[in-house]
Write a protein that binds this ligand. Structure first.
Ligand code: EPZ
Length: 421
């Protein structure tokens, strides 16, 4: 298992290009299952989760070629088993987003239940309720979901809670249903809007993505398209925190500023300065950071995927900050590792009280989940001495060669292959 070693203290400067969004690429790869002809995706991030999804699509009978520019030909799927196996689904929960397309296009699917993950139980009850509302027959047996439907029928369905994957899965299923579907209490994330954009390019008739209600008029078939994936707002926010805590001045090319108001607002309150320039979003870290009070919410609120990273910024603020996590039940696993490096963070239920500024000292730390790993790398940038982050396969799921991108703006970061686990 690889590890990444950071030696803190280097001032950062220069420009980083923001890659395509992981959380847009994954559902869009699934959308390619809905069409009768190949789809080409551009600006695809080179991430292990994307490769896992490609393997899943190939297992279903797709021909997947390329990486940064990826072509997915679904024409071999009809004769396949239409099954997403446990060994793939357990490594990547987003695999369940093949359900909607397979059910809509082929009338059946057999998908392993994802099981929980490090940050929570992460059930898919809302996905399945949505499919049932569209007329699907659902059976759970031996850890798999068996889905069947002659042809899905348009309906009105309200989610009990806001779910990004649930919204995407049921929206995709409804594109080929007979009649119109109205989905209420849906997720409004930019990645939901991006999925609706590509589906409409494929011939779907979706209105209202990005608002609390989405209307989908069912059509008979969809065609493959050529689509460039939008930039990753969470990767962008992660580098923004890097500039904030090191007092650096960096520029982020292709930063999706319009999707990041909540994050930018919190960082502005802490004293970070932003300037939109022709080269990209310029981020200037202050001499001294001010404390923050942040609660994670569904979009357009502060994103849970930025919670671990903004906590590192809070540890450097002069004073006491409060960070409250409302989306996942166990998303503070970065806290014990940050405390081992010197942070003063006390977790009380779903809230963390953070006191700063912190004099971080480098340590050997263990990555536990994707965004927790990113927060340890960030802390390493400002720690005295050497920080070794182990099990960085978690990091590689959502950040493309983060070490080379940080090196390009002056950070002292190295990857060691095959280090001890
Ligand atoms: C997506 O996960 C993202 N992943 C996550 O990013 C992100 O944290 C999450 O949305 C919230 O924004 C991808 O897009 C691939 P949810 P998803 O369904 O769709 C509960 C990262 O770091 N829930 O919106 O799985 C669930 O347990 C990853 O890039 C149900 O109870 O998230 C959670 O508490 C991590 N029943 C909450 O809703 C359901 O049927 C939000 O989950 C579905 C969800």
């Amino acid at each position: 298992m690889d590890s990444i070693v950071v030696v803190g203290g280097s001032p950062l400067g220069g420009t980083i290009e923001i890659n395509g969004a992981k959380n847009a690429a994954l559902p869009i790869q699934c959308a390619a299952l809905l069409t009768d002809t190949p789809t080409t995706l551009r600006h695809v991030p080179l991430l292990s989760d994307v490769y896992t999804m490609s393997s899943l699509l190939e297992g279903l009978g797709c021909v997947v070629e390329g990486d940064r520019v990826m072509t997915i030909d679904p024409r071999g799927v009809a004769s396949g088993a239409l099954e997403a196996p446990y060994e793939l689904v357990k490594t990547m929960r987003a695999s369940v987003t093949v359900m909607g397309p397979l059910l809509a296009r082929y009338g059946r699917a057999r998908v392993s239940l994802p099981g929980g993950c490090a940050i929570g139980a992460r059930p898919i009850d809302q996905h399945l309720r949505g499919f049932e509302a569209l007329g699907a027959d659902i059976k759970l047996e031996r850890g798999y979901v068996e889905l069947r439907a002659e042809r899905l029928k348009g309906t009105t369905f309200a989610f009990d809670l806001v779910t990004v994957g649930g919204t995407q899965n049921v929206m995709m299923a409804a594109t080929l249903a007979k009649g119109t579907t109205r989905l209420e209490n849906v997720a409004r994330e930019p990645e939901v809007e991006e999925l609706a954009r590509i589906l409409n390019k494929m011939g779907a008739r979706i209105h209202g993505a990005g608002s609390p209600v989405i209307e989908i008029e069912g059509v008979d078939n969809l065609a493959g398209v050529d689509h460039a994936i939008l930039p990753d707002r969470i990767e962008c926010g992660t580098f923004m925190v890097g500039a904030a805590i090191t007092g650096s001045d960096i520029t982020l090319r292709h930063a999706p500023v319009d999707d990041m108001h909540a994050v930018i607002e919190v960082m502005r309150e802490a004293g970070v300065r932003f300037e939109v320039t022709p080269a990209g979003l310029r981020v200037i870290g202050p001499e001294a950071l001010r404390p923050i009070d942040v609660t994670t919410r569904p979009h357009p609120g502060f994103p849970t995927d930025m919670q671990a990273q903004i906590m590192v910024m809070a540890t450097m603020a002069h004073g006491q900050s409060l960070i409250t996590e409302t989306i996942f039940e166990n998303r503070f696993m970065h806290v014990p590792e940050l405390c081992r490096m010197g942070a003063d963070i006390v977790v009380q239920g779903n809230a963390a009280v953070v006191r700063g500024p912190t004099h971080y000292s480098g340590a050997e730390v263990m990555a536990t989940d994707l965004r927790a790993s990113a927060s340890l790398i960030l802390a390493g940038l400002i720690a005295e001495g050497r920080t070794e982050v182990r099990r960085v396969y978690h990091l590689d799921r959502g950040y493309e060669t983060i070490e080379t991108r940080l090196q390009s703006i002056g950070a002292d970061v190295q990857r060691y292959h095959g280090a001890r686990g």
